[in-house]
Design a binder for this molecule. Structure first.
Ligand code: HEM
Ligand code: HEM
Length: 202
């Protein structure tokens, strides 16, 4: 049985995730008011910086954080979706194929939102650019909603708490599938860099 507790998400991946969620929500909440424009811009840049870090970590990070472990074609997505309607849904230790597609979409939309925000802020375009920036951010919000629903649904279907796994890093599984290093230093450095950036500007 899968009774061992195994490390799946290294610290940098978890720090990245929760700072990304916080910065995105923060950027959204502060979007409408002129008064909070500076906060909005800083949180938007944080989203971009975090995603930049994630792209690097996807190449050098541990097994399930590594992009190699979550590149899936349409066939894998379809097979996973079909398996959800059977008694034995396919179980993935890292990201499942559908989740992976949501993640790629979120990473791309995060960069596009922040990039278009920068263009608006630098007066590189007219009102149409503001519309594009708003539309990209709203699309990202919609994908975040689907992402959260997917996380909750697959937690129920697989009877495993994916949210606590993204907090603690641990899931139940077999030792052979565990990640061996949590990369404390890289995780703390990431959190400290964001903290220093915020402390410097706020
Ligand atoms: C609010 C904005 C959010 C954004 C932009 C976001 C984005 C992401 C991204 C990019 C990943 C991939 C992690 C990686 O490998 O780097 C991820 C995974 C994950 N997120 Fe979020 N997330 C958000 C909110 C949330 C919330 C509120 C929850 C909890 C309910 C959550 C739960 C998870 C879980 C459990 C995973 C791992 C999924 C898996 O096991 O494959 N996320 N999220
Ligand atoms: C991913 C992060 C971001 C999200 C989710 C986001 C979201 C939004 C949204 C929803 C609006 C429309 C507000 C409204 O009028 O109803 C907005 C406006 C704006 N954003 Fe962002 N934004 C992000 C990043 C940025 C960045 C990095 C910058 C600047 C460097 C920026 C600059 C602006 C500016 C100047 C406006 C006002 C445009 C106007 O006058 O209508 N945003 N943002």
């Amino acid at each position: 049985m899968n009774t061992d507790k195994i490390l799946v998400w290294d610290l940098p991946t978890r720090v990245f995730h929760w700072l990304l969620a916080t910065s995105f929500v923060g950027a959204f909440v502060t979007a409408e008011s002129e008064h909070f424009r500076d906060v909005h811009v800083v949180l938007g840049y944080t989203v971009a910086g975090l995603i930049g870090f994630r792209l690097l970590w996807g190449m050098i990070g541990t097994r399930y954080a590594n992009f190699r472990s979550f590149v899936f074609g349409p066939r894998a997505v379809l097979e996973y979706l079909i398996s959800l309607f059977t008694r034995t849904p396919e179980l993935y230790v890292g990201h499942n194929p559908v989740g992976s597609w949501a993640i790629w979409t979120l990473l791309a939309l995060g960069l596009l939102s922040a990039g278009s925000g920068y263009a608006v802020y630098s007066d590189l375009g007219g009102e149409w650019l503001e519309e594009v920036h708003e539309a990209l951010s709203n699309t990202m919000l919609a994908v975040v909603a689907v992402h959260i629903a997917g996380v909750l649904l697959s937690s129920l279907l697989h009877r495993e708490n994916l949210v606590s796994a993204m907090i603690t890093g641990y899931k139940h599984g077999v030792q052979a599938e565990a990640v061996h290093r949590t990369h404390w230093i890289a995780g703390i450095l990431l959190a400290a860099s964001v903290g220093a950036y915020w402390a410097g500007v706020f």
